[in-house]
Design a protein around this ligand. Sequence first.
Ligand code: GTP
Ligand code: MG
Length: 288
Amino acid sequence: MFKSGYVALIGKPNVGKSTFLNLMIGEKLSIVTNKPQTTRTPIKGILTTDSYQIIFIDTPGIHESQKKLNQVMLSSIKSTIEDADVCLIIADSPGNDYIKNYEDLLLKKNVILLINKADKLTKEQIDSIKAEFLIINPKKIIVTSLLRDNPKDEILNAILEELKEGPQYYAEDEISTHNVRFIVSELIRETLIENLSEELPYYVAVVIDEFKERSENLTYIKAIIYTEKDSQKAIVIGQNGSMLKKIGSSARKKIEDFLGTKVYLDLWVKVKKGWTKNEKLIKEFLSE
Ligand SMILES: Nc1nc2c(ncn2[C@@H]2O[C@H](COP(=O)(O)OP(=O)(O)OP(=O)(O)O)[C@@H](O)[C@H]2O)c(=O)[nH]1
Ligand SMILES: [Mg+2]
């Protein structure tokens, strides 16, 4: 019997959802940083074998915020849960009040609770996390550390127990529904988050303007980094262009690893005033 289904990855910012997706797929599809609110758009990763196909959907971390950009990010989460066959909730610390807002929705679903970062948690903390999620009645609870342990098989078995017979939705060699340009723009955004301090990462967006295979072994990529204000643009460029140079060379290495070719990365910084408050621009900048 061939099994298939959609698994939604749900949790607060920074709990390890993208780390989880990359571990399961074995490729870096979703960017990971030590700062919260890294993922902005649902990222699909597909795992296919002879006997099953699982489509994982990595979502932006759930948090309370009235900001327009955050609202657009969060509006996708409820529909991702509704469409999912299994909800995998990841938590890395006590304090998961948000779950009350999803109670009705989650009670109708098969829920697996993954308590991550066990390398940093006490037994008391693990027990309080378990208690917080009792209201949504998880089918299974796995306590692990995605970085330290290798929980892939244990998690896969738990998911497969909940999945039913189903079709193969995607070709077996397809690991993502996102195109290469989108993943490249995310690798540049990840590098920006790593290098910029405080709030600034939340005001940048990256759009790929040109993507050309100049030869078998050289890809030319022109990307535009948008900021909200002139002052932010100045920080991204840095003194005599030093910051942009650093970001460019670090991002280029990641893209070369991902594409397997040499890359000429042409980075430009432009100001789009107030883009994080403008729904049309948000959708344009966050699109895959
Ligand atoms: N100590 C520890 N850190 C971990 C573990 N798993 C993931 N992390 C780290 O947690 C941080 C956040 O990981 P992400 O995968 O980006 O988290 P996320 O849930 O996707 O975050 P958002 O996209 O912001 O919602 C990264 O620095 C990871 O390296 C773990 O088992 N132990
Ligand atoms: Mg993420």
